[in-house]
Write a protein that binds this ligand. Structure first.
Ligand SMILES: Cc1cc2nc3c(=O)[nH]c(=O)nc-3n(C[C@H](O)[C@H](O)[C@H](O)COP(=O)(O)OP(=O)(O)OC[C@H]3O[C@@H](n4cnc5c(N)ncnc54)[C@H](O)[C@@H]3O)c2cc1C
Ligand SMILES: NC(=O)c1ccc[n+]([C@@H]2O[C@H](COP(=O)([O-])OP(=O)(O)OC[C@H]3O[C@@H](n4cnc5c(N)ncnc54)[C@H](O)[C@@H]3O)[C@@H](O)[C@H]2O)c1
Length: 464
């Protein structure tokens, strides 16, 4: 058994762990990172964000090709299989892993690969692959162990036709039809992916509308477009059972409906990876979803143990995890990089894409804020007419007295990129946050950014 001493030990080499480690080492701390995987990147790189986004991009390209009349001169419609698009995801994963491994090496962060459990408040036991055990001692710890799909015990996830969002990446054929239970972000994104591959998709939603946290108009637009492409959406359904057979699966819902499909994907719920950390040794208790409570500094109730990323629950995004991790080593090293991460944008990679920040119309109405709306439909911008990506809208919500931007909601191609222009204005202090910015500055033409000018004019014209 070897014993090592560090200032900071981070458990988990996903976005939260990586950024905590990098900011810590740059601040002069002696840092080690532990991950039970043999490569870095976390679930984000291997099973979550990166593979799903790479898959989605490949599928979107196929859809663009098949839709574009120009390409018909060159060939008929082309289709790729799920395993073929997965190959493109693998290429991206490999690049990400190589790049991230270089970060650790260049920044002199020691990497350990093994399963970590707490021994006490200042030491961690590391079970190495070769049955050896190391002990890492440190002043401070970061728990950045992420999350995994929640698996209800009554579902047989070992059945070759029953998947969750991790195991779907092992699918070896393109199912002719797939039922997805759960219409949160994961369910909606995979519904787009399979629909784009030509599978018939049943998307079954336990809630009343898709992505209920989004602005109603955007959620409606997503439903309309998914339905338009042939996805069958059922709302307000409860799961009863799923039975796997040799060549099909039957999903039964509490309402009595039965859905027969070649593959079934469970996309409802995630659990924080805390159950095997031996948290009893440090007197920490996760909630029923395996998540840890933290204060505004991402500190658990133990002063030297911090937690970030999916393991602390909302918003469970890689984007936020990076900033939370960095903030933690800002607190520990006191190097001025602490920031409480709120005002987080949403980027949802359905086809078409969705992105938003700030308040929704419903929230502003409940709060009795006198807001106005400015909209630009993508079909009315030159850029979208050129690219052929005409489905979409940019919606700006602003205070009718101060013209301050209160919410930005975008649906359509590149929405997740377009949003950040508005976010930059929205975060300006001292009166800098005004919809008038888009009228007082000249935008490149033709660009999708021009939609801001069109939407701002549309909104300002409503004022009296
Ligand atoms: C299908 C899908 C798509 C997603 N798409 C997006 C997206 O588009 N944008 C976005 O911002 N977010 C997205 N997310 C969410 C994003 O992937 C997560 O928020 C992010 O991965 C969380 O990062 P993390 O650092 O908390 O941990 P993770 O990335 O979960 O990594 C945790 C690491 O800890 C390790 N670990 C766990 N327990 C131990 C232990 N005891 N000892 C040693 N190591 C341990 C694991 O091996 C893992 O490598 C998606 C998630 C899924 C599932
Ligand atoms: N583009 C993106 O940003 C993106 C893409 C995919 C996933 N994600 C992230 O991954 C996470 C999962 O996504 P999701 O939309 O499918 O939602 P989800 O799986 O977290 O939630 C779906 C439903 O399951 C319930 N639930 C959650 N955990 C549970 C548990 N352990 N036990 C029982 N019920 C539980 C929730 O309350 C919700 O009703 C989200 O937090 C999301 O932010 C983000």
């Amino acid at each position: 058994m070897a014993e090592y001493q560090y200032d900071l030990v981070v458990i988990g080499a996903g976005p939260a762990g990586e950024s905590a480690a990098m900011n810590g080492t740059k601040a002069g701390l002696r840092v080690a990172v532990v991950d039970e995987r043999s490569t870095v990147g976390g679930n984000c790189t291997h099973q979550g964000t990166i593979p799903s986004k790479a898959l989605r991009h490949a599928v979107h390209q196929v859809m663009q090709f098949n839709r574009n009349p120009m390409f018909r001169h060159m060939s008929g419609q082309k289709w790729l299989s799920f395993p073929q698009v997965l190959e493109t995801a693998d290429r991206v994963i490999n690049k990400q892993v190589a790049m991230r491994a270089r970060f650790y090496a260049r920044n002199r962060v020691d990497l350990f690969h093994g399963h970590a459990t707490f021994k006490d408040n200042n030491s961690l036991q590391l079970q190495l692959d070769d049955n050896k055990v190391d002990v890492l001692k440190a002043k401070d710890f970061v728990i950045a162990t992420g999350s995994r799909p929640y698996q209800p015990p009554e579902i047989d996830f070992d059945h070759p036709r029953i998947f969750d969002s991790d195991s779907i990446l092992t699918l070896t054929t393109t199912p002719r039809n797939i039922a997805i239970f759960g219409a949160g972000v994961i369910g909606c994104e995979y519904a787009s992916i399979f629909n784009g591959l030509g599978s018939k998709v049943d998307l079954i939603n336990p809630g009343e509308r898709l992505l209920a946290f989004m602005d109603d108009e955007i959620s409606d637009a997503l439903s309309y477009h998914l339905r338009g492409h042939g996805v069958l959406i059922r709302h307000n359904e409860s799961f009863k059972s799923v039975e796997g057979f040799d060549d099909h699966v039957v999903l039964t819902l509490e309402s009595g409906k039965r859905v027969k499909c070649e593959a079934f994907m469970w996309a409802n719920g995630r659990t924080g990876n805390t159950d095997s950390l031996n948290l009893e040794a440090v007197d920490l208790e996760p909630n029923s979803r395996g998540q840890l409570a933290v204060d505004d500094h991402y500190r658990t109730k133990q002063a030297n143990i911090f937690a970030a990323g999916d393991v602390i629950g909302w918003p469970s995004l890689a984007s936020a995890a990076y900033d939370q991790g960095r903030s933690i080593s800002g607190v520990i090293s006191n190097n001025g990089t602490y920031r409480h991460v709120n005002d987080i944008p949403t980027g949802i990679y359905t086809i078409p894409e969705i992105s938003s920040i700030g308040k929704t119309e419903r929230e502003l109405t409940v709060a009795k804020v006198p807001y106005e709306v400015g909209k630009a439909y993508f079909k009315d911008t030159a850029r979208a007419q050129i690219t052929g990506e005409e489905a979409g809208v940019l919606k700006l919500l602003f205070h009718r007295d101060t013209t301050e931007l209160l919410g930005i909601h975008c649906f359509g191609d590149q929405a997740a990129e377009i949003l950040h222009i508005g976010q930059a204005i929205m975060s300006q202090p001292n009166g800098g946050n005004s919809i008038r910015y888009f009228l007082e500055h000249t935008f490149n033409y033709p660009t999708m950014a021009e939609a801001y000018r069109v939407a701002a004019l549309n909104g300002i014209n409503r004022l009296f």
